[in-house]
Design a protein around this ligand. Structure first.
Ligand code: NAD
Length: 461
């Protein structure tokens, strides 16, 4: 059974309830996770508060050494962690083992380094006779809530910068995929002092209890806009800080001067990676009218020949299928759309062409293996279509024109914009959106700074 990890110990919920874990690749129950109660959240927050006073006063070198040791321990258990991730999510084993787990461990190492070189403004006499300086301090107990699409990676993105900055953490993984996060905390219980990194398993009610807890100074969520809104409301009552990484709906602008071979290959990959269950998925293609037919046909071919893993649950697959079933008459399904005749929650890679801007498939984050295609006439229309959604996480532009690229890098309302590549990610590079995609950044120096507060200290001479 997958357990909570509180104050350095793996423990079952005080209520004794448990939840089935389903392998999306087969649809079969593969295990159980303990289901926390509000009382378990209280105990975890108390453990994190208890640990905070000492952890906040450690030196960056001490915290850095702990994170480096943590990264080594995770690396030693990388195969086990990858196996847990694969049975919870149905992801392809090689991608999980060779890409996601190493990239997540690199985030831990990155924050071990970056916490030793905090940046700040100059101490000095801004008021005559008074020396002023700036302290960057940890915020306190951080409640963190993660989704099911990259469970291990999202947990690493959350706890590593928070703990590196001197905070303590209570993290709630998705109820569908708690295994690798719980095991990670268990592995680190010998390395981090008890109470620094706690994990509570459970669903939305456990997340809500964490977000509303008076002992939690900051709540960080990666999840849907609905969850982000609920958490922000709960945190507002006590003015707790909120950090939100919410859904995306990435536009992919393909111009008539793009290298179509390279573009379509990379866009199809970025759209269908993780079966499209990715907040940066290259899902919303907007192609110039002169290359539109060619792009549609090439994407359809790519969709027919790409192998993908299952969606996370039967319920989520039904959600995607019902969106596809509502495809308007002016649009056309040019590839996929069906569920293959096999066990598990698989759905064929799908391309829908001829969509209009106010169609639900364009406006909503589909979060599945679906690529939509629209056409545009000129650059102004391309920009209006790309920006004409409420989400603002990632966008990409495919062109050989330098001046056009520079204009779109400036004018696209998204937290990350790239040219001739889609959503490149690295531990050093900030990730986070605008609009309904939330606010706050994960990764990079910004990810660390978001888990700190600024204090002005002044001393009269
Ligand atoms: P979700 O919002 O349903 O769940 C996310 C987490 O929030 C889970 O742990 C869930 O138990 C918890 N939760 C649900 N309701 C809650 C509430 N009222 N209060 C507190 N916690 C609550 O999202 P999901 O379906 O697990 O993940 C998919 C979503 O996550 C997509 O919208 C996707 O775009 C987004 N996402 C965003 C990023 C990013 O970096 N911006 C990365 C990955 C996923």
């Amino acid at each position: 059974m997958i357990l909570n990890v509180i104050d350095g110990r793996a423990v079952a919920s005080s209520g004794g309830d448990r939840r089935e874990l389903i392998d999306p690749a087969s649809g079969a129950v593969h295990g159980f996770a303990t289901e926390s109660t509000p009382a378990d959240v209280d105990v975890a927050v108390a453990a994190a508060r208890g640990a905070f006073d000492e952890w906040r006063r450690t030196t960056p070198a001490t915290r850095s050494a702990a994170l480096l040791a943590a990264a080594d321990a995770l690396e030693e258990h990388a195969d086990e962690l990858a196996d847990l991730e694969v049975t919870d999510t149905g992801k392809p084993a090689d991608v999980t083992r060779d890409e996601e787990i190493p990239a997540s461990i690199d985030v831990v190492r990155y924050y071990a380094g970056v916490c030793r070189t905090p940046e700040g403004r100059s101490t000095g006499e801004y008021i005559e006779g008074i020396t002023s300086g700036i302290r960057r301090e940890p915020v306190g107990v951080c409640g963190q809530i993660t989704p099911w699409n990259y469970p291990f990676m999202m947990a690493a993105w959350k706890w590593a910068p928070a703990v590196a900055a001197g905070n303590t953490v209570v993290l709630k993984p998705s109820e569908l995929t708690p295994s690798s996060t719980s095991r990670m905390a268990e592995l680190l219980s010998d390395i981090l002092p008890p109470g620094v990194f706690n994990v509570v398993c459970g669903g939305a009610d456990v997340g809500a209890a964490l977000a509303a807890h008076p002992g939690v100074a900051m709540v960080a969520v990666t999840g849907s806009p609905r969850t982000g809104r609920a958490v922000a409301h709960a945190a507002a009552d006590r003015f707790a800080r909120v950090h939100l990484e919410l859904g995306g709906n990435a536009p992919v602008l393909i111009f008539d001067d793009a290298d179509l071979d390279a573009t379509v290959e990379q866009v199809a990959f970025a759209a269908l990676y993780n079966a499209g269950q990715d907040c940066t998925a290259a899902s919303r293609v907007i192609a110039h009218e002169s290359v539109y037919d060619d792009v549609v046909q090439r994407l359809a071919e790519a969709a027919r020949t790409t192998t993908i893993g299952p969606l996370i649950s039967g319920e989520h697959r039904e959600r995607v299928r019902s969106m596809l079933a509502a495809t308007p008459a002016h649009a056309k399904l040019v590839a996929g759309g069906g569920a293959p005749d096999r066990d598990g929650f698989f759905l064929e890679p799908t391309v829908v062409a001829g969509l209009r801007q106010d169609d639900e498939l364009v406006q909503s984050e589909i979060f599945g293996p679906v690529i939509t295609v629209q056409s545009f006439h000129d650059d102004d229309e391309a920009l209006a279509l790309a920006n004409g959604v409420e989400q603002g996480l990632t966008a990409s532009v495919w062109t050989r024109s330098h001046s056009r690229a520079m204009r779109f890098l400036r004018d696209l309302d998204f937290g990350a914009v790239s040219v001739n590549t889609h959503a490149p990610m690295g531990s050093e590079l900030p990730h986070g959106g605008f609009g309904s995609s939330g606010y706050g950044k994960d990764l990079g120096i910004y990810g660390l700074e978001d888990y700190t507060r600024i204090k002005h200290i002044a001393h009269a001479l």
